[in-house]
Design a protein around this ligand. Structure first.
Ligand code: SAH
Length: 211
């Protein structure tokens, strides 16, 4: 496939997501700007704009585009927001967030050092100014807090880890898959209000477990 074929496939994907999802044009435009084929393994490139997850090595997966769109939309991001991502994977989701919040505002941590290295190099080559570190989402970026928003691309066990919640300012949002203990996962959004935490359930999902 040529770059033009990829661009056409990406436009078709955005049109499909626009029909199927209740998300903002800002979110769709971000999805329409990121070359997903650059983030998937060579052998999977032709499938990069199908709306499905794909393996990225080390037993991990890049989420389906509709899931990235839904999560980005729930974070209600604006230009200049500082965002904390747990689970860089291939870097695709971080690039979509960076399209909205701009350079230097996405801080991502990845448990598998080899994935962190590849994602950092790739994001840099594609012109995304995203900070990528190898480490654990529970301990990373303590001194970079507070963030306006945070999200996990791996499923937390039982509840969203407290250290992640503590890195987000009052008024900020956190989106994450949470395993209820029975192996079933729900997509959860927390909004940190002055007078407490508002928790919403956004349906059943399937992510790799947080380690
Ligand atoms: N957003 C990614 C999806 C990656 S899949 C993308 O667009 O490709 C989830 C990732 O979370 C995996 O790469 C996994 O290694 C990572 N992960 C799992 N537990 C983690 C933890 N405790 N801290 C940081 N990353 C973690």
């Amino acid at each position: 496939m040529t770059d033009r074929d990829y661009a056409t496939a990406r436009r078709d994907l955005v049109a499909t997501l626009r029909r199927r999802l209740d998300v903002t044009e800002q979110t769709l435009s971000a999805i329409g700007s990121v070359p997903r084929h650059e983030f998937v393994p060579e052998a999977r490139r032709e499938q990069a704009y199908a709306d499905r997850p794909l393996p990225i090595g080390h037993g991990q997966t890049i989420s389906a585009p509709h899931m990235v769109a839904i999560m980005i939309d729930l974070l209600d991001l604006e230009d200049g927001d500082r965002v904390f991502e747990v689970g860089t994977g291939c870097g695709y989701h971080a690039a979509v967030a960076a399209e909205i919040v701009g350079p230097g505002n996405v801080y991502s941590v990845e448990y598998v050092p080899a994935l962190a290295d590849v994602a950092r190099e790739r994001l840099d080559r594609l012109g995304y100014d995203v900070t990528v570190r190898a480490g654990d989402g529970r301990t990373a970026y303590r001194s970079e807090a507070p963030f306006d928003a945070a999200y996990l691309t791996c499923a937390a066990d039982g509840e969203i880890p407290k250290p992640v919640v503590e890195r987000v300012r009052t008024g900020g949002r956190i989106v994450a898959p949470v395993d209820d203990g029975s192996g079933r996962q729900r997509l959860v959004r927390l909004t940190l209000r002055e007078d407490g935490i508002e928790r919403e359930d956004h349906g059943g999902v399937r992510f790799v477990p947080m380690r």
